[in-house]
Design a protein around this ligand. Structure first.
Ligand SMILES: [Cu+2]
Length: 132
């Protein structure tokens, strides 16, 4: 039978070669897809310090160092790493805090992992963890 796969005639060999090429092509497409997905994931986690392993729970948290607390104003100054969710590069700036009572838990020089967002038009710390 001429059309049995693996036949020894030249037509069978040609078909086998073609299917190998098709398989290689599919593999390359799969690799390209995986590579671009990895690049996207890396961008998304650009805000993470190299020391921190990214986990889904803190995917949007950024590093910060508390420079100044303004309890009466409900604000604090943070030298922060890139804020991926806000598209902001690293800088030192003033944030409001979602709960003013948080300012009693933080002091100058504290290291934070925090999440900032725009609340009523002001950049506000909406979540934080102290880093020991
Ligand atoms: Cu900033």
């Amino acid at each position: 039978m001429r059309h049995t796969a693996g036949g020894l005639d030249s037509t069978g060999n040609l078909r086998l070669e073609n299917s190998v090429k098709t398989a290689i092509a599919s593999f390359c497409v799969a690799l390209a897809t995986i590579s671009s997905a990895s690049v996207l994931a890396a961008d998304e986690h650009a805000g993470h310090g190299a020391m921190h392993a990214a986990s889904p729970a803190d995917a949007a948290m950024s590093d910060g160092l508390v420079k100044k607390i303004d309890k009466s104003g409900g604000k604090l100054t943070i030298a922060h790493g890139p804020l991926a969710n806000l598209g902001m590069p690293a800088m030192t700036m003033v944030f409001r805090v979602k709960d003013p009572a948080w300012l009693d838990q933080i002091k100058d020089g504290d290291k934070l992992r925090f999440l900032a967002d725009t609340v009523n038009g002001s950049l506000t710390v909406v979540k934080f963890d102290k880093v020991k």
